[in-house]
Design a protein around this ligand. Structure first.
Ligand SMILES: Cc1cc2nc3c(=O)[nH]c(=O)nc-3n(C[C@H](O)[C@H](O)[C@H](O)COP(=O)(O)OP(=O)(O)OC[C@H]3O[C@@H](n4cnc5c(N)ncnc54)[C@H](O)[C@@H]3O)c2cc1C
Length: 494
């Protein structure tokens, strides 16, 4: 008889582990509290607008291709990708000359940098050669390690090549070996923000993110990021995975042999040979397990560096907008100050950086004709008091800057508006301290130093997703599911 696996949560990681287990012969059910799959990448549809509620940047297309290939499928079986060109815009000041449109083509990008800093085009080549090697080693090898033992990383040839590149040096120091121009440095530090930590605290191994940005490009799945979710759900169902939506897991029963016997939800009880939680790790540990079965203490969790939370606004605009691209980074204020207010002295930012996405500029299907779909994101420290007043205050700060810099009225054209911040992250996803992107990828929270993908106390309980290995982001979540499935298959089938 097939072994039974229960997966908690239908985010990317939950769907990935479910499909890998089903392919290996497990009977798999996914229990999801919300009414749809996708987790942080679910959609909100209203009045003809379709909002991707979370991720908007499609990077590392090779990881998605690899994911579907393992099930005999191609990305193009589920959605059509378009490469964005320019990749994105970075607003560094008030004038249009301070607005950088980043060319997708590598030669054009090199020439673009050369105009800003003599010699930087050549330096970029050197920088990218290292970054490419790190990407190949990092994304094709290191991230697939379950990180249960330091011995997994004992390949000395590989390590010595990486150490020659000073991978443990900070990204901040590493970048300054190549570039001097302050805005080039800021541009190169931007991908690190996805990892949820300061460039000073992020190992230079992660220049692999610059390779992903510059060489592999920024893509968009036509119809929106949720097309990835829909594709993954279809593949999962084709392999026999059953999804149960609107079904919150409230607890488990544990037998004397330290194994979960049943998973208890709002609608019933499910027997399981193995359980994988794709829900936030801290939530699973502290709300679903009795204290004596928790692997980590409250002190452990409080000492973790979380990636930031976000204040988000989903906006329907009743006109077409000007002077904006699909992705726009507003870096026209002091990055250091905002970072300090996220990481070192958590508080509401005095003068925030923010990000604006307008996917309807690329894809008419996400807004009614003649209208625009707009998404505002302000990174913010986790665990702050989240009130309506604060949300409104920052809405107007962002809008003032957005309208001034892009020289148009936007606020009075907003016909649909929904805010989303800490309270919603907690309520909708059971997020620890209202985090948006899980744990920061600092050196002390990398690989074996992350919360383990296997429970230390419960023999048949595993974890997947952005709070365990390899870390936050959509591609790592897909990989996380695969890595944990491999461990389970080894332990339960062979
Ligand atoms: C605003 C925002 C923007 C982002 N932008 C990008 C981007 O541009 N590119 C990128 O690569 N990444 C981005 N990310 C990060 C990326 O979205 C996440 O790392 C990834 O989606 C995490 O997936 P997951 O499966 O680990 O977790 P989740 O998506 O959180 O999935 C966990 C699931 O578990 C469910 N659950 C929780 N508790 C229970 C319970 N008790 N019972 C049943 N179900 C439960 C939740 O409802 C949820 O569906 C962004 C994230 C956010 C929030």
């Amino acid at each position: 008889m097939a072994k039974k696996a229960i997966v908690i949560g239908a985010g990317f990681a939950g769907m990935s582990v479910a499909t890998h287990l089903a392919k290996a012969g497990f009977e798999v059910e996914v229990l999801e509290k919300n009414d749809q799959a996708g987790g942080r990448a679910r959609i909100w549809q209203k009045d003809g607008f379709t909002f991707d509620m979370g991720p908007s940047w499609y990077w590392m297309p090779d990881v998605f291709e690899h994911y579907f290939a393992q099930f005999g499928k191609k990305v193009s079986d589920y959605y059509t990708l378009k490469r964005l060109d320019p990749s994105y815009s970075v607003v560094f000041g008030k004038g249009t000359a301070d607005n950088w449109h980043i060319p997708a083509n590598l030669e054009d990008f090199k020439n673009f940098l050369e105009e800003k800093e003599t010699g930087s085009g050549k330096k970029l080549e050197e920088f990218l050669a290292q970054a490419q090697y790190k990407y190949q080693v990092g994304i094709k090898d290191l991230v697939y390690k379950p990180s249960r033992s330091v011995l997994e990383f004992a390949d000395t040839r590989l390590l010595s090549a990486l150490f020659k590149m000073d991978v443990l040096q900070s990204m901040h120091t590493h970048l300054r070996r190549f570039f001097k121009h302050p805005q080039i440095l800021q541009l190169m530090e931007f991908p690190i923000l996805f990892l949820g930590a300061l460039p000073e605290n992020t190992p230079a191994l992660y220049s692999l993110m610059n390779y992903a940005d510059i060489s592999l490009g920024t893509w968009y799945p036509e119809g929106g990021m949720n097309k990835i979710v829909q594709g993954m759900q279809k593949v999962a169902e084709e392999f026999g995975v059953k999804f149960r939506f609107n079904e919150t897991v409230n607890g488990v029963t544990i037998q004397q042999n330290n194994k979960i016997q049943q998973v208890i939800t709002t609608k019933g009880n499910y027997f399981a040979d193995v359980v994988v939680s794709g829900a936030d790790y801290h939530h699973t540990e502290t709300k679903l397990l009795p204290p004596k079965y928790q692997s980590y203490s409250a002190r452990y969790w409080d000492s973790r560096v979380l990636a930031p939370s976000s204040l988000l606004f989903y906006l329907g605009i009743d006109k077409k907008v000007q002077n904006l691209l699909h992705h726009n980074l507003f870096f026209d204020t002091d990055f250091k100050q905002h970072a300090h207010e996220i990481y070192t002295q958590p508080q509401y930012p005095s003068n925030p950086l923010f990000y604006v996405s307008v996917p309807s500029l690329t894809d008419p299907s996400v807004a009614p004709e003649g209208k625009e779909n707009m998404f505002l994101l302000m990174p913010i420290a986790p665990d702050l008091e989240d009130t309506e007043e604060m949300r409104e205050k920052y809405y107007h700060i962002i809008m003032d800057r957005l309208e001034n810099i892009t020289k148009q009225d936007i606020r009075q054209h907003v016909i649909l508006k929904r805010g989303f911040a800490h309270r919603d992250f907690i309520q909708d996803y059971n997020s620890f301290k209202g985090n948006a992107y899980g744990l920061a990828n600092t050196l002390m929270q990398t690989a074996i130093l992350k919360p383990s993908l296997k429970s230390k106390k419960v023999k048949n309980l595993f974890y997947t997703g952005q709070l365990t290995v390899p870390g936050p982001g959509v591609p790592p979540s897909l990989i996380s599911g695969q890595v944990v499935a491999r461990e389970i298959i080894k332990e339960f089938l062979y």
